[in-house]
Design a protein around this ligand. Structure first.
Ligand code: UP5
Ligand code: MG
Length: 187
């Protein structure tokens, strides 16, 4: 069975998780946050990847695709019959993109890339005020996350842009305004 996939990308704190939760509620799309899946795997008893994942998360670097892609694929298999999947925060670099293509080509239909664009200073203050106790929501990790985003993830968005797959929505506005534009892409 070929699943519809929408990639959701944007800087740390741009609102990917917030917007995906709302889409999941209103449309038959399942929200799969690569970061949430990695955080769950980090906590899972018996996981051999816990320390490796934690190291990457606090340093704002990117976990090897074999781990992330497997977590995403397992979650997709577990979800059953849905309209599609929102893949939030992935692919983040060339390694992610190549590993995903190698594993998933033919199994998924990539509809488009939702790019939530937002000035970095706003993104950082959102993360610092989030209050969820994430080990990467501190000034030092955030600086590194932004460097990684600019050097590795933004080029992936540009790559998708070249093939006309990117739908940009400016996300520095109030959530309801951002979401009103996102809804048009799914209706
Ligand atoms: N908020 C949201 N929208 C708002 C709005 N419009 N107006 C005002 N406030 C708004 O939002 C962040 C905060 O802002 C929240 O408090 C929210 O209420 C508020 P959120 O929706 O959580 O933003 P999001 O873009 O999801 O931010 P997040 O911090 O999750 O993004 P990251 O991309 O940094 O984090 P992620 O969890 O995807 O990845 C974390 C780490 O995991 C990475 O740095 C990396 O080390 C690792 N990772 C991989 O290695 N590989 C992967 O494939 C994925 C992750
Ligand atoms: Mg998130």
């Amino acid at each position: 069975m070929v699943h519809n996939v929408v990639f959701v990308l944007g800087p740390p704190g741009s609102g990917k998780g917030t917007i995906c939760a709302k889409i999941q509620e209103d449309f038959n799309y399942i929200h799969l946050s690569a970061g949430d899946l990695l955080r769950a795997e980090r906590q899972r008893e018996g996981s051999e990847f816990g320390a490796l994942i934690e190291g990457h998360i606090t340093n704002g670097t990117i976990v090897p695709v074999e781990i992330t892609c497997k977590l995403l694929e397992n979650a997709m298999k577990a979800a059953g019959d849905v309209r599609g999947f929102l893949v939030d925060g992935f692919p983040r670099n060339q390694n992610n993109l190549e590993g995903w293509n190698a594993e998933m080509t033919g199994k998924v239909d990539e509809k488009f890339v939702l790019y939530l664009s937002c000035p970095v200073d706003i993104c950082i203050s959102r993360c610092l005020n989030r209050g969820q106790g994430r080990t990467d929501d501190n000034e030092e990790s955030l600086k590194k996350r932004v460097v990684t985003y600019n050097s590795q993830t933004f080029p992936i968005i540009e790559h998708f842009e070249k093939s006309g797959q990117v739908r940009e929505v400016k996300s520095e506005r109030p959530v309801e305004e951002v979401y009103a534009d996102v809804v048009k892409l799914f209706s």
